[in-house]
Design a protein around this ligand. Structure first.
Ligand SMILES: [Zn+2]
Length: 267
């Protein structure tokens, strides 16, 4: 008897035939909070337990400590290469580092799949001229760019995201947090721009938006992510499975869309 992904996950806590592709991860400690899974010896069994096949991350140090930069992403991925890949973290407040990182991108095909912008924290709009070289690089190669996006933000809210979606139609724009709180605009952008996806980190903290995004944008435009090690895969997979959508849509969101974006063979 075949049972739904949801029934099996709730009964067994794991879906062996359904790999998890998490396209919004981090790594390492953060000064604001104790994260047990910041320790790789704790993270590894958690990722295995949840059947995470791929976690694409940007290390906290890269995002917040420019003098460490992307070196830590390289070391992190190479210590767990069967699961981990990284976004090259870009902080446009430090243009020299950005130029140097971009020039070395091709040295690390085993590590970097695209870029991460954290505009709300770095206080520079996603479409600012200081990010132009990164966008042009991603656009020319159709690479994913994971944005932190948040409703009402001048740096990465609706208007700012729309601007880069129009300007860079070949880049794969992943809106981390789905422009949190501005759900109607999130749906509108995903429907209007073939290159733009909405991502689920922090979305399940409200009741309703997961369902609203999937219904409005369609399962092919929704990307699974967790901010791991901030949040657990059990929580996020459970929240998605509880949204009441069919198994084919769940498989789109949990791994098929991500495999397409990353250029990995279909599972
Ligand atoms: Zn994040």
């Amino acid at each position: 008897m075949s049972t739904s992904l949801r029934d099996r996950f709730y009964a067994e806590g794991r879906l062996p035939d359904c790999p998890i592709y998490d396209l919004h991860g981090h790594w390492g400690p953060h000064p604001a909070i104790h994260l047990p899974a910041a320790d790789p010896a704790i993270a590894r069994p958690l990722l295995d337990q949840a059947n995470v096949r791929r976690l694409v991350l940007c290390h906290h140090y890269t995002l917040f400590t420019p003098d460490i930069g992307n070196r830590i992403n390289i070391d992190t991925v190479r210590a767990m290469p069967d699961i981990l890949r990284a976004y090259m973290g870009i902080n446009p407040n430090h243009p020299d580092e950005t130029a140097r990182d971009l020039a070395t991108f091709d040295r690390y095909p085993d590590v970097f799949v695209g870029f991460k912008l954290l505009a709300d924290y770095h206080r520079i709009k996603v479409g600012d001229d200081r990010n132009r070289a990164v966008w042009e690089f991603a656009n020319a190669r159709r690479l994913p760019v994971l944005l932190h996006t948040w409703g009402g933000s001048a740096f990465d809210g609706y208007d700012a995201v729309r601007e880069v979606a129009e300007r860079y139609p070949e880049a794969r724009i992943i809106c981390g947090h789905s422009i949190h709180g501005d759900w109607d605009h999130a749906v509108e952008l995903a429907r209007n721009f073939p290159n733009l996806y909405q991502e689920l980190t922090a979305v399940p903290d409200e009741r309703g938006p997961v369902e609203r995004l999937i219904e409005g944008a369609g399962s092919k435009k929704i990307i699974f992510g967790t901010d791991f090690p901030w949040f657990s895969h059990a929580y996020y997979v459970g929240a998605l499975l509880g949204a009441g959508v069919d198994d084919e849509s769940l498989r789109d969101i949990l791994y098929r869309n991500a495999q397409r974006i990353l250029g990995e063979p279909a599972h």
